[in-house]
Unconditional design. Sequence first.
Length: 152
Amino acid sequence: MRALIQRVTRASVTANGVPNGEIGGGLVIFLGVTHEDTEAVAARMWQKIAQLRIFQDDQGKTNLSLKDVGGTVLIVSQFTLYADLRKGNRPSFIKAASPEHGEALYDYFVSLATAELDGVRSGVFGADMAVDLVNDGPFTIWLDSTIWDSPR
């Protein structure tokens, strides 16, 4: 599982031309799923993101988490995070999960976030989406579950 995480002052997503979700300050999480990912991987990914201390405290240090600041979250599925450009100029997405597997884990990830935080919004899996956001900092983090020694 891969996540591109952006700290934002605001963000919104439109799916198939219809407004679908809007947040204030918090995180936008672009989430990619691969074939080997499991619910255990999704749970660990969510816990890592939920506990990230990337919001400023009173001294201007990045010491606070989403919960600490009452932040909101916008989660958008993005299979293109598994683009492979090693051959040629046209991306291959063979490492991205099948739509059924990807959607199941995306929905599970969203349910984990929703169970823990108020203010969770999401895109529509597999839809043509437009994301509008204001990156705060800018502060962007790339998180790949392969960094963990957990079973897949």
